[in-house]
Every structure is written in structure tokens, then in C-alpha cells.
Design a protein around this ligand. Structure first.
Ligand code: ATP
Ligand code: MG
Length: 367
């Protein structure tokens, strides 16, 4: 008998042979990084037909840590026994004890060498456990599910199926840079791109000390999802540019343009870093209509100020949906901590800036 974790993945299975090999390998590397960073001892990891099987005695710790590895759709702490029906019965009896009254058996033969069909195993094992433990079979409303997966001459037995985030293994989509503040939205944006297989590095403009402190905690949380990629970050003092620009705009009575100048500056700095370091795109936490400056017109205007692609993964979500994700990620509690209001935000930000006006104001204030 061997203790192990069954790791299942979703979209990788749909890929061509070549892509699947590459993505599988990336997932394997990321899982090893996760296990090592969490000091979990394991003897080996088998890669088999849509499953990765981690042999470890530290099943609880390993399944908690592996939950954060993108590309995995579900996990089951399991035991592996020889595919012998008597041995399976004994072990299932032990595993089913004290798990509740109503149960069902779910069998899958991933490889078909075991002589009984899945239905036969479900029936025979169900009847056996029902009698021995005085249980009740209920296929739809059950307290626990006795799971069996047959694979390469072994049976893997488990009573838990932990649903995880899915997505793609970090590293299969290339690297991007995310503009991350101390707010709720941009950490979620960074996490969503990680979830789809990007190596995400961060850029933060320090505007207040409190905001910066929150940002460093956010970065630590994001690192707990970034197995296989050490997050690099670029921290820039935002105050000199912003205070100078604010003063110049105020002198010309154009204070309402401040947010556009601010975001344009962020994008241009990120673009420069993309060109120097090879990032493929800039990510922001901008949303449509959430704050006065985030109108579609302004976002289009901002896009026109850089050549690099800007992706906005939370653009279409309602605030409560973004908050829901931030809670799951664990950044919400940090982002909602009080901090001083941005000292540069005008009372009435420009909501419909045009490229021509922006150009004229730039000429006016930088001459
Ligand atoms: P967030 O919740 O991410 O702070 P927000 O709703 O407060 O976003 P804005 O303040 O308009 O919106 O910021 C829009 C985007 O600009 C942010 O999502 C983030 O990507 C970027 N950004 C804002 N402030 C900073 C900062 N100090 N450093 C880096 N990026 C920033
Ligand atoms: Mg903000």
C-alpha cells in the first residue's frame, strides 16, 4: 500500500501530443517547486494518462499546498493497492469507516486490465460496505463518495475530491508585466493572468508609504500562486512625476486631466520595461465604469499612448465579483486596509478625453 495524491488536470488533456508533453512537463516542474517550497517530502511523481500521482506520506500538507498550482482541476489524497478485489474491499472498508451514513461508490477504469467493469465494482463494493458498516447507498445525496481509479495494474482509493482552480500551468503563455497598486482590482488581474499560464511580474508606483506596505504584502500572497516562477518586481517612486504634473496642470486650470496623465505615465514606464525585458503585454486592474476616470473613452485614449498590448482581465466584472475573487485569493483583507486617499486625484476627473486635447495640454504644460 502506498500513500499518494492523485492530481487531475483539465485543458492539458485536450491538446496535441507535442503541446501536451510540454504543458505536462511544465505542470510537473511547478508541482515540484510547490512541494519543495512547502518542505513536503515525496518519493516520486508518476505522469500517467491524464493524472500526475505524487507519492508522499504528508498527504494533508501536500494537498493544501498543491491547491494553488494552476493547471490542476482536482486532487484526491489516496492510497494505492494492487488491483485485487479482496485487497480493495479491505482497504475501502477501512477508508469508509466514520465517514457518514449515506454513500456511493464511483469507479473508473482508466486502463482496462481489471476484469470487472466499473458498474460491477460499484455494485459489489457498494453491497459489501453497506452490509459491513450498516450504511445506506444514495447516488445523489451522499455524505461521502468511495472513489476508485484503476490505472496500470493498481487501484487508487480515495474518499475526497478537492476541486482546485484549474487554468494552465504557469510558464506556457510567456511573461507579462502587471501594474499593481494596493487596491482590490489589480492583484486579481495579476492572479487571473497567472491562472492562464503567464509568468507575471509586477510594477508598483509608490505614492504613499502605506500603499507600498500593502503592495509588498500583496506580492507575497501572489507568490504563493506563482510556483515555477519567482515574481520579479519593479518599484518606482511615483511622487516626483505626479506632484510636478499636478502643479503644472493646476497652473493651467487642467487639473481634471490628472488621472489620465498618471495612467499614461504608468503605461509608458511599463512599456519601456516590456521592450527592455521582453514582456509580451501590460496588465492592469482597470474596469469599465468603476471609477470616474475608467470610461471606455479614457481606456481607448490610454491604449493609444503605447504600442504594447494592454490586457484588462477584470474589465467586465462587477465590483462584488472582483471582491469575491480577491477574498478567495487572500488579497482582499490587505487591500481593504485603510490608507490615505491618492493625494493627486482631482475632484472631477476627465471622463471623455480625446487624443487631440491630450496632445494640446501636453504641449501647454511641457513647453
Ligand atoms: P485598483 O483596485 O487596482 O487600485 P482602481 O479601481 O483603484 O484599481 P485606478 O486607481 O484608476 O483604479 O487604477 C487603475 C489601474 O492602474 C490599477 O488597476 C492598476 O493596474 C494601475 N495602478 C493604479 N495605481 C497604481 C500604482 N500605484 N502602481 C502601479 N499600478 C497602479
Ligand atoms: Mg486603486
Amino acid at each position: 500500500m502506498d500513500d499518494c495524491i492523485i492530481v487531475r488536470y483539465g485543458e492539458i488533456a485536450l491538446k496535441s501530443d507535442q503541446t501536451r508533453k510540454w504543458w505536462n512537463k511544465t505542470l510537473l516542474e511547478n508541482m515540484k517547486d510547490c512541494l519543495e517550497k512547502n518542505n513536503i517530502t515525496y518519493s516520486s511523481i508518476d505522469v500517467k494518462l491524464g493524472r500526475l500521482i505524487v507519492y508522499t506520506k504528508e498527504k494533508k500538507e501536500a494537498s493544501i499546498a498543491l491547491r494553488n498550482v494552476f493547471g490542476i482541476t482536482s486532487l484526491s489524497p489516496a492510497v494505492r493497492v494492487e488491483a485485487d478485489f479482496e485487497k480493495i474491499k479491505d482497504k475501502c472498508l477501512e477508508l469508509s469507516n466514520n465517514k457518514g451514513k449515506k454513500f456511493r461508490v464511483s469507479t473508473r477504469r482508466i486502463t482496462k486490465e481489471f476484469p470487472m467493469t466499473s458498474d460491477k465494482v460499484n455494485g459489489a463494493l457498494g453491497a459489501f460496505l453497506k452490509e459491513k458498516l450498516d450504511l445506506e447507498v444514495n447516488l445523489t445525496n451522499f455524505d461521502f463518495e468511495m472513489g476508485i481509479e484503476f490505472l496500470d495494474g493498481y487501484a487508487y482509493l480515495f474518499t475526497e475530491r478537492i476541486k482546485t482552480f484549474g487554468g494552465l500551468p504557469i510558464g506556457v503563455q510567456g511573461k507579462v508585466i502587471c501594474l499593481v497598486s494596493s487596491g482590490i482590482d489589480s492583484p486579481v488581474a495579476a492572479w487571473l493572468l497567472m491562472k492562464r499560464g503567464c509568468q507575471v511580474d509586477l510594477m508598483h508606483f509608490k505614492v504613499t508609504e502605506e500603499g507600498y506596505k500593502k503592495y509588498t504584502k500583496i506580492k507575497e500572497i501572489l507568490q504563493k500562486f506563482s510556483y515555477g516562477h519567482e515574481i520579479k518586481d519593479y518599484v518606482i517612486d511615483g511622487v516626483p512625476y505626479l506632484s510636478n504634473t499636478k502643479q503644472k496642470l493646476c497652473e493651467k486650470g487642467k487639473d481634471k486631466w490628472m488621472c489620465i496623465f498618471c495612467k499614461k505615465r504608468f503605461l509608458q514606464e511599463a512599456e519601456r520595461t516590456c521592450n527592455e525585458e521582453g514582456y509580451l503585454a501590460i496588465i492592469t486592474g482597470e474596469n469599465l465604469g468603476q471609477v470616474a476616470s475608467q470610461t471606455l473613452k479614457n481606456l481607448v485614449l490610454l491604449d493609444s499612448t503605447v504600442k504594447v498590448t494592454v490586457l484588462r482581465p477584470v474589465l467586465t466584472y462587477d465590483k462584488n465579483e472582483i471582491v469575491g475573487m480577491a477574498r478567495i485569493i487572500g488579497t482582499y483583507e490587505i487591500s481593504k486596509e485603510k490608507e490615505p486617499k491618492c493625494p493627486f486625484t482631482p475632484n472631477y476627473p476627465m471622463t471623455s478625453g480625446s487624443a487631440e486635447e491630450l496632445h494640446n495640454i501636453e504641449m501647454m504644460i511641457w513647453d
